[in-house]
Design a protein around this ligand. Structure first.
Ligand SMILES: [Zn+2]
Length: 118
């Protein structure tokens, strides 16, 4: 290995007045999206906003209010497209629990009749 200028080993010092690379501007710290506190650049929320259940619930509710129409439309689209499936599931459920359901309705009927009589 030869220790000469321009060889495989780089020069130990740059010539006076030259820069190894252009200046890298420092990026400023970010602000928490919830409360505006300063947080590290790669973070969006501060620890409090990220872990406090009340704040998380408030954010979820705000998201729901923003996407309310879309969510309702999505639910309705599902109900419409799976209508037959859901009806079949209901019929199967009734068939499976038929005896139980009939007993329950009979009990309710009897209870109401007793209430009316009393
Ligand atoms: Zn915060």
């Amino acid at each position: 290995m030869e220790h000469v200028w321009g060889g495989r080993v780089s020069a130990p010092f740059l010539p006076r007045g030259t820069w190894a690379h252009p200046r890298v501007p420092r990026r400023v710290a970010r602000q928490c999206a919830g409360c505006g506190d300063l947080v590290p650049r790669r973070r969006t929320w501060c620890v409090t906003c990220a872990t406090d259940p009340e704040r998380i619930a408030a954010r979820r509710h705000a998201w729901y209010l923003r996407h309310r129409e879309a969510e309702i439309a999505r639910t309705r689209a599902y109900a419409v497209s799976h209508r037959a499936e859901r009806a079949a599931w209901g019929r199967a459920y009734y068939a499976r629990h038929r005896a139980q359901l009939i007993a329950k309705s009979r009990a309710t009927y009897a209870r109401k009749r007793e209430q009316r009589a009393a």
